[in-house]
Design a protein around this ligand. Sequence first.
Ligand SMILES: [Zn+2]
Length: 405
Amino acid sequence: MTRSFDQLWAETFRHAKMNAPFYRESLRGINGPPALSEVPLLDKTTLSERNLDFLCVPRERIAELVTTSGTTGEPLLWMLTDADVRRLARNEKLSFDCVGLTARDTVLVAVAMDRCFMAGLAYWLGLREIGCGVVRTGASSSLLVLEMIQRVQPTAIVGVPSFLRLVADKARESGVDLKNSSVKKAVCIGEPIRDAAFALNTSGKAIEESWGAKVYSTYGVTELANSLCECDAGQGGHLHEDQLHIEILDDAGQPVADGEVGEVVATTFGVEAMPVIRYRTGDCAALFRAPCSCGRTTPRLGPIVGRKNQKLKFKGTSLYPSTLTAVLEQSAGVDAFVIIARKESELSDAIEVLIHGEASVLAMRETFQARAKIAPQIRTATREEIELLQMPPTARKRRTFVDLR
Ligand SMILES: [Zn+2]
């Protein structure tokens, strides 16, 4: 029997308030489950500072310890009980059900199973739950991935888009016909493959083209022990409402209308070890409540358009760097680019775009005007200047957006 939101929320509230030191303190004096909207929002800084105060069970009940990737701050330590691991398996099974995977599929998991990541474990659990054959190549060698594709003929692959593109490059170099390989589905994690309107972006198109496979986007957050995966319709990741509740909030913390972009704020249901209530993920996306053409009636989370702290204010409108990146990636004649944001005033940021290639500043100005409806400052630059901005000596990761605000 499916349980109602009220039942699930009441259970999470009572469990967290009774057992987590953090919630015993912050929910003190609140009797009975209040309306969810009355509980203060939880940000990543608090979660990080009070990390172990979110633990609801004694350490002997912990079955798995993982860490977040730490791309946005200090990695968090996250723990799961045996029941949480089973919940994770069920969640991932439901997500892969959306992709249409069955026991007949053999799936190559090109994601790290070690290094304390939850993702690889979750995929493995979910695929086993469905009954798929699993090949755990990890993502350290594109050659191993290619070799295993030829040897075991997997029907699907799970991986990070930039790695899948790397494998495609390697296939081209070594004369492997990836396009006609056995892999017909590519589940993409960690990087966007669609723009805000659900159209495939450059990366999504490149993967479909080079792999001859259909791409599916999936979005997961370690702290939520949850992922949302697209179905064949490619209209957002389906939410499993008995495991997670999602609110989309504006800058003032108020809910936005259906289909409007705001910050993804989530509350976990059914988590034993470390439940979170109204957790601000920092990711921005829209939620769509209309039934999907696949027949599912669960809400769908649209593509992540950016991080909340990257949101740009520009002459009365707000936008995310991903909007500009999409325009630049799709413009012929732009070989390299970088977007720089500076603070101009409280109300507006200055945006400068450096381009290298055959495209003229004038042409790009028109393209931005037509496609993004804004007119950033544009200038041409040498490839060296752009590369230095993309990858300064201290950086660990290449970036196309430089935030100097
Ligand atoms: Zn659907």
